[in-house]
Write a protein of this length. Structure first.
Length: 764
């Protein structure tokens, strides 16, 4: 036998084999294969078990004789005897699970929906980018693993990763414009190529040359899953062309070309997910088909893939909730629990009064505006990761709330106001999983503050990915399809949260502060005499709160001024989740305003950003008011090009998510008009996809062309003579200015700022 050391770069399965790509410290990549037979467990009456075993034998799907083993039930916390079935053909597992789904309720099945590659990594105690040593034999040109060992640990916080070669692929025009009329841009670390797409054979030949020359480890695309690779693979299949996109030339790779994504409804929002086109031996990461990359870049994907044991390319397309589920699965397997294939803890029956008491959510105090919408000398105190810390501190997990093992214990901890019992005999799977995630994020946040640490942007990406996972963790407790979820545990977390927020409020008030605003996990406080705030005093308050609540509270910052913009529906009322202000350090923080929203045009957001940066020069409201003419000049600086029609149309595109397929719209709202316009061009937009359109001159409204899509403009119009609706965009600019300045302005009539009346030769 020979040995090889390297990082686990890629892992996937085909037929009965697991394929692993290892990358040595010198940069050599080598492919290995291993055998893996997944195991499932079934609990059912004897007659059903006999039928199941018979059917499995008929499918030749069993690798060994079924046996009964003792396992622990997750929710009931008792040992049961279950039938162990070792599957001889891993590729059959999804089909088996799908068929067994229709018999749900007649028996219980466990471990059936664990990713095959993840199951393998759990068994071998390895994970993506672990540093491994494999002992192998070479047979039939395949390096077959005999032994595998990791030299690194999944809990390592400061780990190294190799340097990767990257190539980027994206289209010059909108991804919805057919590739025959588009241009593919290919960028490497040293070269940039512009490849016409009208000759598909030539396109693939050129791409093959680029891949051979640069041999990338990572292929970063925009719409690679939805547009590029379906087109490239279909073209290569139709023309019997070989491609260099995959490194793996040995295993049997079968791709069914799919261009249709999936649309699904989650909590009232329609989400679109494109099909998946991973590469074999390289990473394909589509920046437009994954949440984690958008929020935390490549290191965020790597961080979550390592601790969840999901392959990198799966993690790049998965939600943070899926990663969290697999971390919990890992914990459950180590505790010898049977992992349910489907959520099985139903909500306990409640009276109407019980429901009213339990179903309250987070606590919010409306902003105190009796002294105006803009205040000075306000401090913000935040509970550090409140809900995840509540789950860890109080051992909240689906199996620990109202557990059966502690129902006769009078000294057990109970959830405030709800009275739910919390198990004290075992640690919850969710709380154990979250404890390590919180530890990791706390470590990274300390490193970011350390002046001696280099590559802080990588550390920021890692902590950002963990932040979103922790945000997800609370919602997944009550999610209807969560593997480890129970509504009572979700309610318990919010009950503790409400109690701790009230404690923080009372402690601050006892120290001579007034509560200005509070929302879920943070409070805004101001001294009763409105004088400047001493940070040392705030730290003392935070320490008192920590001692009483058992959750760390931190000083987010002291605002020299803080504004609560009034609602557009009722200008006498603030909005709970909208505020903006300047810290005494000069940094700005804002929530719910235009620059934080995705549906405002780029031009409007740039304008508001410049106005906010001007505002942050001043420490007091009076100073800003005394220089009001300057911010009005900034407004005019952006308004004048708009009024003259000089702004480039791409900077004015409005982004919207579609709520349904084109056929489902009955009212001609802007999104509906845009979607139907695309349909006329032969482009079918699925529910949940993003579209961008321009609001054009009202004269076009009679022709049904009030809203022109980006694709229509790029293919049908001379963009240099395109006339957008100046009045519409000037109103948008005005609204973005008004929301940040209305609380400070010395004038009332903002509409005068975009009135054309001063240009007239006479006055009305």
């Amino acid at each position: 036998m020979e040995t090889f050391k390297g990082y686990l770069f890629d892992i996937y399965h085909s037929e009965q084999k697991i394929y692993l790509w290892l990358r040595s410290l010198e940069g050599e990549l080598r492919l290995f294969s291993d055998e893996f037979l997944p195991t499932i467990y079934i609990d059912a009456p004897q007659n059903i078990l006999q039928k199941l075993v018979k059917r499995f034998y008929e499918l030749d799907a069993l690798a060994e004789i079924p046996t009964f083993v003792e396992k622990q039930l997750f929710y009931e916390n008792r040992t049961v005897s279950v039938l162990k079935l070792v599957i001889s053909k891993p590729q059959l597992l999804p089909k088996i699970t799908q068929k067994l789904f229709y018999l749900y309720g007649k028996y219980d099945i466990y471990h059936s929906d664990i990713e095959i590659t993840t199951g393998y990594m759990v068994e071998k105690e390895i994970y993506p980018l672990a540093y491994l040593e494999v002992s192998y034999e070479t047979k039939n040109a395949l390096n077959q693993i005999k032994k595998i060992q990791s030299f690194t640990n999944i809990t390592d916080l400061d780990y190294e990763i190799p340097n990767f070669r990257t190539v980027s692929l994206y289209l010059e025009k909108s991804h919805r414009i057919p590739l025959g009329n588009n241009t593919l841009i290919v960028e490497t670390h040293s070269d940039k190529y512009k490849l016409p797409t009208n000759d598909s054979k030539n396109l693939i030949q050129k791409l093959n040359q680029i891949f051979i020359k640069h041999d990338p480890d990572i292929v970063l695309t925009a719409y690679g899953d939805q547009i590029l690779f379906p087109y490239l693979f279909k073209t290569s299949q139709d023309n019997h062309l070989t491609t260099e996109f995959d490194r793996d030339k040995t295993s049997i790779i079968r791709r069914s070309i799919q261009t249709q994504g999936t649309s699904f409804n989650t909590y009232g929002t329609i989400v679109f997910r494109a099909p998946s086109y991973p590469l074999f031996g390289r990473w394909h990461i589509d920046s437009k088909n994954g949440f984690v990359y958008k929020e935390a870049d490549l290191m965020g994907i790597i961080e979550l893939a390592r601790i969840s044991r999901l392959p990198i390319q799966k993690m790049a397309r998965a939600s943070t909730g899926k990663a969290l589920t697999y971390i919990e699965v890992d914990v459950a397997l180590r505790l010898n629990y049977l992992v349910p294939w489907q959520k099985s803890a139903l909500e306990a029956p409640k009276t109407a009064l019980d429901l009213l008491n339990a179903d309250k959510g987070g606590l919010v105090f409306q902003a105190d505006i009796q002294n105006g919408f803009v205040l000075e000398n306000v401090a913000q105190l935040d509970f550090s990761q409140m809900y995840p810390n509540v789950m860890v501190t109080h051992n909240i997990s689906p199996e620990t709330i109202n557990c059966l093992c502690c129902q006769d214990d009078s000294e057990i901890e109970r959830v405030p106001s709800l009275g739910y019992r919390i198990c004290k005999k075992r640690n919850g799977v969710v709380s154990l999983a979250l404890a390590h995630i919180i530890e990791r994020r706390t470590h990274y946040k300390k490193q970011i503050k350390d002046k001696n640490i280099i590559n802080k942007h990588y550390i920021e990406q890692k902590q950002s990915s963990l932040k979103w996972m922790l945000v997800t963790s609370f919602g997944y407790l009550g999610y209807r399809n969560a593997k480890f979820g129970k509504l009572e545990s979700h309610e318990a977390v919010t009950a503790f949260g409400r109690e701790k927020l009230l404690m923080a409020k009372e402690i601050a008030e006892d120290q001579g502060y007034n509560l200005v605003h509070a929302i879920t996990d943070c409070i805004f406080i101001q001294k009763k005499d409105k004088s400047p705030i001493n940070e040392k005093n705030l730290l003392e308050i935070c320490e008192t709160i920590k001692q009483k609540t058992k959750i760390t509270m931190e000083v987010e910052g002291i605002f020299s001024w803080l504004s609560f913009p009034p609602s557009t529906q009722d200008e006498k009322m603030p909005v709970a989740n909208r505020y903006m202000g300047r810290f005494i350090s000069g940094h700005f923080k804002g929530r719910g305003i235009a620059i934080r929203r995705k549906d405002f045009p780029r031009y409007i957001k740039v304008a508001q950003d410049e106005m906010i940066r001007w505002m942050c020069q001043f420490e007091t409201i009076a100073e800003m008011q005394s220089h009001e003419d300057e911010i009005l000049e900034i407004f005019k600086k952006f308004d004048t090009p708009l009024s003259k029609g000089e702004v480039h149309w791409k900077d004015l595109l409005i982004l919207r998510s579609t709520s349904q397929d084109p056929e489902g719209y009955s009212v001609d709202a802007p999104s509906a008009v845009a979607v139907k316009d695309l349909l006329e061009m032969g482009i079918h937009v699925q529910a949940g996809e993003k579209i961008r359109y321009l609001v054009v001159n009202k004269q076009s409204e009679r022709k049904g062309e009030r809203y022109k899509t980006e694709e229509r403009i790029e293919t049908k119009y001379q963009t240099n003579i395109l006339i957008y609706d100046k009045n519409h965009y000037r109103k948008l600019l005005l609204s973005s200015f008004k929301e940040i300045w209305i609380s400070i302005a010395t004038f009332n009539n903002f509409n005068e700022l975009i009135s054309d009346e001063p240009l007239l030769p006479f006055q009305f």
